[in-house]
Design a protein around this ligand. Structure first.
Ligand SMILES: [Zn+2]
Ligand SMILES: [Zn+2]
Length: 285
């Protein structure tokens, strides 16, 4: 995807993926470093300084491109830990891949020269990390490259983000010739993903495409309105925010295809609450 600032994306926002989870003791957990991390970085500098824990789902541009402009990187008092999966194909760990986009051809300050205290943690699948009152767990979600979804749990409430995600297909179905990272059967992958989301209070789920758009985009690694609604119902989530809006869609078009999907899927009161993710939204859970 790509950042799409402008008058047609003013309501839902034109930045790419970045979410912040704040724990009850003001722990700072950030999921992804798309261009949305730039305004977040400015905001963090105006708050009391806390260690920053940044979890990267995967290293496609729209999820890391804001990192070089993340102000706390340049604050000598900032303490940042970046977590993410190692790429099983290239073998590069998360630090090596993030350093690539700050190579001198692309950015004036290399990643190993930023003045903050910076650590990297290679996440493996189903790994748990404890950050104050929060527990963050990783889970492999289907995408053309390794992509971890993350669950943040404080013992009472659960939040899940899928990262980029296309529901895996049975091998005989149309358009499934692109390789995926997971070695397990599609129905097992699906069950694993649904289980990971099970009963969560808030789910943020990749919902890039309409059903019609998806016909020509199998294997691109994204979900649809129907696939997200189906999954949220199956997993019994309470509130589902649909995200990764297709960048050529205007706010008005987005409202339109969303309403159509709610009607087509006969979404009712007993269903999860479905909402379109919009930039700057704060949710108390
Ligand atoms: Zn991606
Ligand atoms: Zn993406």
């Amino acid at each position: 995807s790509i950042a799409v600032p402008g008058q047609h994306t003013r309501r839902y926002g034109g930045n790419t993926t970045c979410l912040e989870i704040r724990g009850e003791h003001d722990e700072v957990v950030i999921l992804d470093a798309g261009t949305g991390i730039f305004p977040l970085g400015q905001q963090l500098l105006s708050r009391e300084s806390k260690p920053i824990h940044l979890f990267i789902t995967h290293t496609h541009w729209d999820h890391i491109q804001g990192l070089p402009m993340f102000k706390p990187l340049f604050d000598p008092n900032a303490d940042i830990t970046i977590y993410g999966p190692r790429d099983p194909v290239s073998g590069l760990d998360i630090r090596e891949r993030l350093a690539l986009q700050m190579d001198r051809h692309f950015f004036p300050v290399p990643l190993d020269r930023v003045p903050c205290a910076l650590r990297f943690v290679d996440m493996s699948e189903a790994q748990q990390v404890h950050i104050g009152s929060l527990e963050v767990t990783s889970c492999l979600f289907n995408h053309p490259i390794v992509n971890f979804g993350y669950r943040v749990d404080d013992g009472a409430k659960k939040f899940v983000f899928t990262g980029d995600h296309e529901w895996p297909k049975e091998p005989h179905s149309l358009g499934n010739e692109r390789p995926t990272i997971s070695t397990s059967a599609p129905h097992k992958q699906r069950a694993n993903s649904i289980n990971f989301m099970r009963d969560c209070d808030v789910l943020v789920i990749d919902t890039a495409y309409t059903e019609e758009e998806y016909l020509t985009r199998h294997g691109w690694g994204h979900g649809t309105f129907d696939s997200s609604i189906k999954a949220a119902r199956e997993a019994g989530v309470k509130k589902a925010f649909l995200t990764h809006h297709e960048p050529s869609r205007t706010d008005d078009m987005l409202d339109h295809v969303f309403q159509e999907a709610l009607i087509r899927n006969q979404v009712e009161d007993h269903d999860p609450t479905f909402l379109l993710a919009s930039e700057g939204t704060e949710v108390q859970i």
